[in-house]
Design a protein around this ligand. Structure first.
Ligand code: ATP
Length: 336
């Protein structure tokens, strides 16, 4: 699903790299995009939905278009896939492949290899709330923060399964006492059941500060939908920016998964051959790992790292290649 804008440019590069890495998956492309939405008023047609719901994995570009102001489009594509396929784990790794890409002055604290694990199906993104007395000076707008015992417990449990060194839980339980109280209780219960894993709790403001001060201290950070969204943009910048950040949306129980670069449609640079394909390519690597081919994922990541270090990459990370040339530089390394 390349969808819109930059997505249309980066997904073909990711497929090119998967083919070069030897993947013999069958790909089916769906024309879910703003043009189709403007024409039909339908975000995902029923027959397409059935096929998406049955796919082993979905490789996704980006959704959005300045011509579509209607929030039902975004909600009907990406949020629908995340919610209805119950892709409750959003993995957003940040790894520094080349020292020169870090904005931090302190060399000894630059090393970054961490994972933001964001709850992906609840929180402030469920669309509950409303506007009362709309358009008047007395207007009231509410946005509900939905947190369930099951939803909070399962994401924290997955963090413990994934961590190598430590799990840090991030919330704002001092100010948001109801949601924060539930997160605290679930956190303590899951931590008690996993005594071998080191644990730490940070308020989200302190976490933002510590991530800039010394990202090398972190392994897995587990948090809610909104904080995970925000902190993962921060961690993307610690390792080279939006162009290289990958993500996975998965349900570890059902095996369903959607893999997408963290960036959006990048309307300022889309269509000019300047978009960095690395975020989509690393997302494809996460996809093959999820599909049970970890060696292929490692080979793709190694090829990406080597191309970045040789500056065979797009402008945003210090090279001078176009989108497809940057894809070719990674392909060449996989074939060598
Ligand atoms: P959307 O509304 O679809 O989220 P956006 O512009 O608000 O779009 P992003 O697409 O994430 O958000 O882009 C944020 C910034 O990062 C933009 O300046 C964009 O040019 C840059 N950017 C995003 N993706 C890439 C990429 N693949 N390569 C290079 N720069 C990128």
């Amino acid at each position: 699903m390349p969808c819109d804008g930059a997505g249309k440019e980066v997904v073909p590069e990711a497929i090119k790299v998967l083919r070069a890495a030897g993947a013999d998956f069958e790909f089916e492309q769906f024309d879910v995009n703003a043009d189709a939405y403007l024409r039909t008023g339908v975000a995902i047609p029923d027959d397409v939905w059935k096929q998406l719901a049955a796919a082993d994995a979905i490789l996704f570009g980006a959704v959005g278009d300045p011509r579509v102001q209607d929030p039902n489009y975004l909600a009907g594509v990406l949020l629908r896939l995340r919610f209805e396929l119950d892709l409750y784990v959003n993995l957003r790794p940040a790894k520094l492949y080349d020292d020169r890409l870090s904005p931090l002055r302190r060399e000894d604290r630059r090393r970054t290899d961490l994972l933001i694990m964001r709850e992906n199906t609840e929180g402030l993104y469920v669309g509950m709330g409303g506007r009362f007395k709309k358009g008047t000076e007395e207007e009231i707008a509410t946005q509900e923060d939905v947190n369930t015992h099951l939803g909070v417990t399962r994401i924290i449990e997955h963090a413990f399964k994934t961590a190598k060194r430590e799990v840090v839980m991030v919330d704002k339980s001092n100010a948001m006492v109801f949601a924060g109280g539930l997160w605290q209780e679930c956190w303590k219960a899951v931590a008690a059941a996993n005594p071998k894993v080191k644990t730490r709790h940070l308020l989200v403001d302190a976490a933002a500060m510590q991530l800039v001060k010394d990202p090398s201290q972190f392994d897995v950070i587990v948090t809610g939908n909104l904080f995970g969204d925000i902190l993962s943009d921060l961690t993307a910048e610690l390792v080279g920016g939006m162009g290289i950040a990958p993500s996975a949306n998965i349900n570890p129980s059902s095996g369903r998964g959607l893999f997408e670069p963290v960036h959006g449609t990048a309307p300022d640079i889309a269509g000019k051959g300047m978009v960095n394909p690395v975020g989509a390519i690393l997302s494809a690597a996460m996809m093959v790992k999820h599909l049970g081919v970890p060696d292929m994922a490692d080979a793709i990541e190694g090829a990406v790292e080597s191309a970045i270090r040789a500056r065979e990459c797009t402008r945003d990370i210090g090279g001078d290649l176009s989108t497809s040339q940057a894809g070719d530089a990674i392909v060449k390394r996989l074939k060598d």
